[in-house]
Design a protein around this ligand. Structure first.
Ligand code: SAH
Ligand code: DHB
Ligand code: MG
Length: 221
């Protein structure tokens, strides 16, 4: 098994079953053209997020880390017509590119973008006391993931689903002395999950065009 075959399989799967349309492809190409880092979820991963949101019947979704809106589009397209997705992004320039991509994909009316540090936006959401979210996708500053998770818990309904991206990080997750700050964040997340709480969780390793990484899924009680 090689990284070359991971890429070939992702391309095969994307071509045959993922159903990436022109607006999703444009979100990737326009984000690259604007100089955004090319770190969005892969097409098969985006479709996985979409399918999980549909299986879960999500009507309100919270996303941390918009980038150019690629995962946002996949998640928003799982919503019913009256659904809502709130997406948090630190960088105004990224949020602006994402806006155009969301409009092109026909989901802009369902999506509320908030710009600034995610922890500030999460606290503001808590103070506003809106309806709880059904699904949370955490994909922002990896080192802060445990804090994001704790805040997200306060904003999520019973039986809500929390999905965390980039938890395995080339296997650094299992290295006690890793110097990868993101991996240290993901190790802390796992310790927090292990400490127990009203949830049931697992972590799934993935390979593909984004290399070797993985997702954590947490279903709240
Ligand atoms: N979810 C996107 C990828 C997100 S990449 C997709 O798969 O398509 C991570 C994003 O988190 C970047 O856009 C980065 O600017 C943003 N980010 C980093 N630190 C942040 C913070 N403190 N608050 C909010 N967003 C942050
Ligand atoms: C990075 C961030 C991501 O969300 C991702 O999926 C891959 C890489 C990063 O910050 O390098
Ligand atoms: Mg990610």
């Amino acid at each position: 098994m090689s990284e070359q075959s991971w890429v070939a399989v992702d391309e095969f799967v994307t071509r045959l079953v993922v159903g990436e349309d022109e607006a999703l492809r444009a979100a990737v190409s326009e984000s690259a053209r604007a100089g955004l880092p090319q770190i969005a979820v892969s097409p098969p991963q985006g479709k996985l997020l979409h399918l999980l949101a549909r299986v879960h019947g999500a009507r309100r979704i919270l996303e941390l880390g918009t980038l150019g809106g690629y995962s946002t589009i996949w998640l928003a397209r799982a919503l019913p017509a009256e659904g809502r997705l709130v997406t948090l992004e630190l960088k105004p320039q990224f949020a602006e590119i994402a806006r155009a991509n969301l409009e092109r994909a026909g989901v802009a009316a369902l999506v509320e973008q908030r710009v600034g540090p995610a922890l500030d936006s999460l606290r503001a959401l808590r103070e506003e006391g809106g309806a709880p979210f059904d699904l949370v996708f955490i994909d922002a500053d990896k080192a802060k993931t445990p804090e994001y998770f704790s805040e997200a818990l306060e904003l999520t309904r019973a039986r809500g689903l929390v999905i965390v991206d980039n938890v395995v990080r080339d296997g650094e997750l299992a290295r006690r002395n890793t110097d990868d700050a993101g991996a240290r964040g993901m190790r802390r997340l796992h310790k927090l999950l292990a400490a127990g709480g009203p949830w049931s969780a697992t972590t799934i390793q993935t390979v593909g065009v984004k290399g070797y990484d993985g997702f954590t899924l947490v279903l709240l009680d």
